[in-house]
Design a protein around this ligand. Structure first.
Ligand code: ATP
Ligand code: MG
Length: 417
């Protein structure tokens, strides 16, 4: 992608927000705050979010089928489960204020999660024991009227989530699948560059189940969760469930909940009378579980954990492009031509390049922009570099002068210097 005349623009004038991710993502031109807790994903940010969601999609495709449910749903669905009254972050919408169409005075819920939608859909199949288990998932925008949206992408009122729902004949079958999903989540967080420091935590069931749930907590100073480690049982607990004794005897660490999985049991199937026919021909309640990952929150956490004074440091797997190619031509057509040629060579080799070809922008400004945006590699071509170019890893100081062929090899091999 050529920088010149694209809508990719850093915005170094953007204000200092309450968190590193909001500040750097705004200054870097990844997101734009449309209102408190609600963000536009600009072209660079949308590429990052898509990369995160694609990794999750690849792993989810091994355990379920993707689909898409609506965001606005009738309140009646939420009344069925009694969560219309009990869930305090529900956004509601009404058509009644549309004076030109008085006929439609329906009320809606802007979905914060989709158990109320998927359960009646799953029910239409009227499964027998042979049809179970199955699982479906979606990656979608969610709405929650959070009392205090904060920390940029970590707590929004409109945000992105992957949610998977699984359906089982027995509690044992649910439990087996649920444990497998813990491994799948581990793979996902490893691939997203959060593996080393994301722990599985025992937590309460929240609005979903009276029982327990499991959270995946990424260590993060700005995260809102406090996690305690019980050395005797080798189990991590969220502050809400940790015993008074554990809290008195151990130091918690700050974390952000990037995923949460819930064994729902028969709570939702009972509310919707969702049953399957067992071997003896009797109707039995279906056992359910749900599994979330906050994809936009993951993006925020990656920035909280990967940055320095100059800007963002993206993990390769989710960086919007792999190489920032900076042409410092100052009117030198030879330099501009060499940069163009290198851009062609990289892109035709399948490397994703953001090419800063802006003719009128000063060298210092371009280099600052490259650090702020934080792609894994920076390649500089100038009058000084002759036939070669300067290659630098975003997270390292070392600069290497290499020829084009070697540069191509280096950026294509994952573990190069
Ligand atoms: P929290 O405890 O942080 O409020 P939650 O337990 O209510 O989250 P879930 O219902 O488990 O959230 O949602 C699944 C995932 O969606 C969470 O693990 C989190 O990563 C993400 N998420 C939840 N609320 C928000 C939000 N307001 N902004 C961004 N991501 C969110
Ligand atoms: Mg949760």
């Amino acid at each position: 992608m050529r920088y010149h005349n694209s809508f990719i623009k850093t915005n170094k004038q953007a204000k200092q927000y309450d968190s590193v991710n909001a500040t750097l993502l705004s200054k870097g031109g990844f997101i734009h705050q449309t209102m408190a807790g609600v963000y536009t994903f600009l072209p660079l940010g949308w590429r990052v979010l898509n990369k995160i969601e694609d990794i999750i999609r690849q792993e989810m495709d091994t355990v379920g089928a993707e689909m898409l449910m609506p965001s606005i749903v009738p309140t009646a669905l939420w009344e069925k489960t009694d969560r219309f009254k009990s869930v305090d972050i529900l956004f509601q919408a009404s058509a009644a204020n549309d004076l030109s169409r008085k006929k439609n005075d329906a009320r809606y819920v802007l979905s914060p999660t989709h158990e109320e939608v998927i359960t009646p859909i799953a029910q239409t199949v009227k499964p027998s024991y042979k049809d179970l288990p199955f699982a479906v998932y979606q990656i979608q925008t969610k709405f929650r009227n959070e009392e205090r949206p904060k920390s940029g992408l970590l707590r929004g009122r409109e945000f992105r989530m992957k949610d998977l729902y699984s359906f089982h004949a027995t509690a044992d079958d649910l439990s087996e699948y649920y444990d497998h999903l813990k491994d799948v989540y581990r793979t996902i967080f490893n691939r997203l560059g959060l593996g080393d420091d994301t722990v599985l935590t025992l937590a309460s069931g929240g609005d979903f189940t009276d029982d327990y749930s499991h959270e995946f907590n990424a260590r993060c100073e700005t995260g809102e969760d406090l996690v305690y480690y019980d050395t005797k049982q080798a189990v991590y607990y969220n502050k809400e469930v940790a015993s008074a004794e554990l809290m008195a005897n151990s130091e918690p660490f700050a974390a952000s909940e990037v995923g949460n999985i819930f064994p729902l049991g028969t709570k939702f199937s009972k509310a919707f009378s969702y049953t399957y026919t067992d071997k003896a021909g009797r109707a039995q309640p279906v056992h359910m579980a749900s599994y979330g990952i906050g994809t936009s929150r993951v993006m925020g956490v990656l920035v909280e954990r990967g940055h320095d004074d100059q800007g963002i440091i993206w993990p390769e797997a989710v960086a919007p492009y792999q190489v920032q190619l900076v042409a410092l031509s100052s009117g030198d057509t030879g330099v501009a031509q060499r940069a163009d040629d290198f851009y062609e060579a990289l892109t035709s080799a399948g490397v994703e390049v953001l090419y800063d070809d802006r003719p009128e922008v000063a060298a210092g400004e371009k280099l600052k922009d490259a650090d702020l945006i934080g792609l894994p590699w920076r390649a500089v071509i100038s009058a000084k570099t002759g036939e070669r170019l300067e290659l630098k890893r975003r997270a390292k100081e070392e600069v290497k002068l290499v020829n084009v062929t070697d540069a191509l090899k280096v950026v294509q091999s994952a573990d190069a210097y």
